[in-house]
Design a protein. Structure first.
Length: 332
C-alpha cells in the first residue's frame, strides 16, 4: 500500500468491517495494512458509540493541520521578535535565527531559519521596511564581491605574522588582538579599533590624526589597564600609522605582528568587526563631529550582538565567562 496515512475510503471500510464483526487482524489483511495500524486507528478514534469513519478522518485532518509548521513568521510573537531585533537592535537575520533557541529554549514555535526571514522580508510588503536595515540593503540579494586590498609600506623592524605563535590561530587562548584604523570622509577623523580574537570583544577610540605617535598612544592607553593575562599578541596590517609598534610592545606586555601585504583575511576578525562599525558610520561619513561618547554607544551595541561564531552568544557574554573562569581558577 503506497502512502503511510489511512484514507477516508479505508476508514469507511474499517467501519464497515468492524460493524460486520471482523477482527482487527482480518481488517488489516483485507486492506493490506499492518495489524498495528488498524489497532491504533480504532483505539485513537473510537468512542462509546463505536468507530465513525467520517469523524475519525476529520480528527485526522485537524491533527495534521496542527502538526504542520506555520508559514513564514505567521506566529505573532516570533514575527514581533524578528522585527524588534532587526529594527531596534540592527541584528542580521542570521543572528536573529541563531539567537532564538537561546532566548526561547522551551518554545519550539519560536524557531525560524535566517533564509526564511530573508524570504519573508523580501516577499511581504509589511516587512519591506526592514530591507534598508539589512547588512546589504539591496532590492535583490546577491553575492558579495571580493574585498579590497591595499599595499603595505615598509615598517622599521616589522615582525611578520609568520613568526606569530601558532596558538593564535586556534582561538582557544584569550589575549590575542587585531588592530586597524577606520577612516572618516576626507581624512577628517579616525577610529582605532582593537578586537580580541577569542571573544570578538571590541574597543574603539577616536583619533584626530593617523600619525604613528598618536595611534601608538591610543593603543597603549586603551590596553594599559587590562590584566597582563589578557595581553599576549597584537596584529596589524601594514599601514604606516602602526610604525611605532616597538613603543607599544615596550609599554604593553604583548608582542606586535604584521599581516602579509594583500592578505586582509589574516585579520578577518578585525575586518568583519570594522564592517559592523560601517553599518553605523558608513563610508563617506564625516567623523569631524563624532564624539567618543557616541562611539562608545556604537561599540556597546556591537559587543551585545549575538555572533554565529560564538554559538550566538555576544562578545560581552563570552568575555565575562572567560573572566569569571579565570577568577575561579585564581581563587582555587
Amino acid at each position: 500500500m503506497s502512502g503511510r496515512h489511512l484514507t477516508l475510503v479505508e476508514r469507511v471500510k474499517i467501519q464497515m468491517h468492524q460493524e460486520q464483526g471482523m477482527s482487527p487482524t482480518g481488517i488489516a489483511a483485507n486492506l493490506g495494512r499492518s495489524v498495528t495500524t488498524i489497532t491504533r486507528e480504532l483505539e485513537r478514534n473510537s468512542t462509546a458509540r463505536g468507530y465513525d469513519a467520517e469523524r475519525a478522518h476529520r480528527m485526522y485532518l485537524e491533527r495534521r493541520k496542527s502538526c504542520q509548521p506555520a508559514k513564514k513568521l505567521d506566529y505573532v510573537p516570533l514575527r514581533n521578535y524578528v522585527i524588534e531585533m532587526i529594527r531596534d537592535e540592527e541584528w542580521t537575520p542570521e543572528q536573529v535565527a541563531g539567537r532564538l533557541p537561546l532566548d526561547f529554549p522551551d518554545d519550539p514555535r519560536m524557531r525560524v531559519s535566517h533564509e526564511a526571514i530573508y524570504q519573508a522580508i523580501y516577499a511581504q510588503d509589511s516587512l519591506h521596511f526592514l530591507i534598508a536595515i539589512l547588512p546589504q540593503a539591496r532590492p535583490k540579494r546577491r553575492k558579495r564581491g571580493q574585498g579590497k586590498t591595499r599595499r603595505g609600506p615598509s615598517i622599521p623592524n616589522r615582525v611578520g605574522i609568520e613568526q606569530r605563535p601558532p596558538e593564535v590561530e586556534k582561538r582557544t587562548i584569550h589575549g590575542h588582538w587585531e588592530g586597524d584604523l577606520v577612516v572618516g570622509k576626507n581624512n577628517d577623523g579616525f577610529i582605532l579599533t582593537l578586537v580580541e580574537r577569542t571573544s570578538r570583544l571590541l574597543y574603539a577610540v577616536k583619533t584626530q590624526t593617523k600619525k604613528a605617535c598618536e595611534v601608538a598612544q591610543a593603543v597603549i592607553e586603551t590596553l594599559l589597564d587590562r590584566p597582563a593575562s589578557w595581553l599576549k599578541t597584537l596584529t596589524f596590517d601594514n599601514g604606516p600609522e602602526f610604525a611605532h609598534h616597538e613603543r607599544m610592545a615596550k609599554d604593553l606586555p604583548l608582542d606586535v605582528y604584521f599581516a602579509d601585504p594583500y592578505a586582509s583575511y589574516q585579520r578577518g576578525t578585525n575586518e568583519n568587526t570594522n564592517g559592523l562599525i560601517r553599518r553605523y558610520l558608513p563610508k563617506g561619513r564625516s567623523f569631524a563631529d563624532l564624539t567618543q561618547r557616541q562611539l562608545d554607544s556604537i561599540v556597546e551595541q556591537i559587543n551585545n550582538r549575538p555572533r554565529k561564531c560564538l554559538g550566538y552568544r555576544t562578545p560581552n557574554e563570552l568575555f565575562l565567562q572567560i573572566r569569571n573562569q579565570r577568577l575561579l581558577a585564581l581563587s582555587a
